[in-house]
Design a protein around this ligand. Structure first.
Ligand code: DAH
Length: 344
């Protein structure tokens, strides 16, 4: 074969190889393979000695020109690869500012908090103040000044976690009544509600919890009557369970009130006709209340000749369970998102 054609073919093949590389180190390899001492161009040069003398210069020139051309093609390809790399890097680092941001989950207030805040708002609107008290309480405030002296049989109604003989985990929010009255030195009207956690020595099950929440209400003034109590509780019942609700008071016993009542709300599920929620009675028992016992007023420095009061205590979990037909009290405390998220 014509040796010049061989040079041409070799150049063509080498250029194709160069054009096909897209990585720098492959390009360097192609360059080494073709232009190195052991490469095909050097191989061709070794044929020079077999050529007639007059052909030697043209042949040598042709090989050198081909090598120069290949070198140029390699450098050109080097630029192409560099440019491609820069492009790829730019693309990889591009930030699409129009992309929507990743969604993060927004939590919501716990159902019990929602109900407490709802009731707080209602009572603040009626001129009440919110008062809180300690969960570790003294026996004197939790029981004694509420007309429950030691050995009083009604103490058994509230199984107590004692810390020492005189300190305990409060069994109800009623000691906040005592604290507020004592702070007032017996001569100021009171309108408060007191939300908070209380504790009982109960075995946990679907309807019992050793820890739950109550809201206590207390009004003390010079002309406070049972009618005020009833009107107030009716407003609360309507606010929580609907405008159509009625309430009724049944006689009951609490040491801290006299008379004492149990308060029923007409069933929000059946409207009073009778259903499984109200156990076919049309009424649901929601809270305890009464006129503050004279002994309680006296024990905290209020003169029962001058002041009367009413009080009530309501379980927050119970309200929530009734309103939303929740049948296991433990759902409030296990923090299961499937439960909590239902009350956004
Ligand atoms: N302290 C009572 C309890 O935990 C609830 C209660 C009933 C509170 C009647 C009151 C009341 O203030 O007047 O069972």
């Amino acid at each position: 074969m014509d040796i010049k054609q061989k040079v041409k073919d070799l150049l063509k093949e080498a250029k194709e190889q160069v054009a096909a590389t897209d990585l720098m180190h492959n390009l360097n390899q192609v360059k080494a393979d073709y232009l190195g001492k052991k490469g095909p161009f050097s191989g061709l040069m070794r044929h020079m000695k077999d050529l007639p003398n007059e052909e030697k210069p043209t042949f040598g020139k042709a090989v050198n020109t081909a090598k120069q051309e290949l070198k140029k093609a390699i450098e050109k390809q080097r630029e192409v690869i560099k440019e491609r790399q820069i492009q790829a890097k730019l693309e990889a680092e591009t930030i699409d500012v129009t992309l929507p941001s990743r969604q993060f989950r927004l939590g919501n207030k716990h159902l019990l908090t929602q109900i407490i805040e709802h009731i707080e708002d209602l009572f603040i609107g009626m001129g009440y103040e919110i008062k809180e008290g300690p969960e570790v309480e003294i026996d004197e405030y939790n029981f004694e000044k509420l007309n429950l002296p030691k050995n009083h049989p009604a103490r058994d109604m509230q199984d107590t976690f004692y810390i020492t003989e005189d300190t305990l985990l409060r069994t109800h929010t009623s000691p906040v009544q005592v604290r507020t009255m004592l702070n007032n030195n017996g001569n100021k009207p009171i309108k408060i509600i007191c939300p908070g956690i209380v504790y009982r020595r109960d075995d946990d099950d679907a309807t019992h919890s050793h820890q739950f929440m109550q809201i206590e209400g207390l009004v003390v003034d010079e002309k406070t009557t049972m009618a005020d109590l009833k009107g107030t509780l009716e407003i609360m019942a309507k606010e929580l369970f609907g405008e159509q609700r009625k309430i009724r008071l049944r006689p009951d016993y609490f040491p801290f009130t006299e008379p004492s009542v149990e308060v029923d709300v007409s069933c929000h599920n059946c409207g009073g006709d009778g259903c499984h929620i109200c156990k076919q009675t049309g009424w649901i028992e929601v809270l305890g209340a009464g006129m503050v016992n004279n002994n309680v007023l006296k024990a905290s420095g209020y003169d029962p000749e001058k002041y009367q009061g009413f009080a009530f205590g309501v379980g927050v979990e119970r309200l929530a369970m009734l309103k939303y037909k929740i049948n296991d009290i433990r759902d409030f405390y296990t923090n299961d998102q499937r439960f909590n998220n239902q009350f956004k």
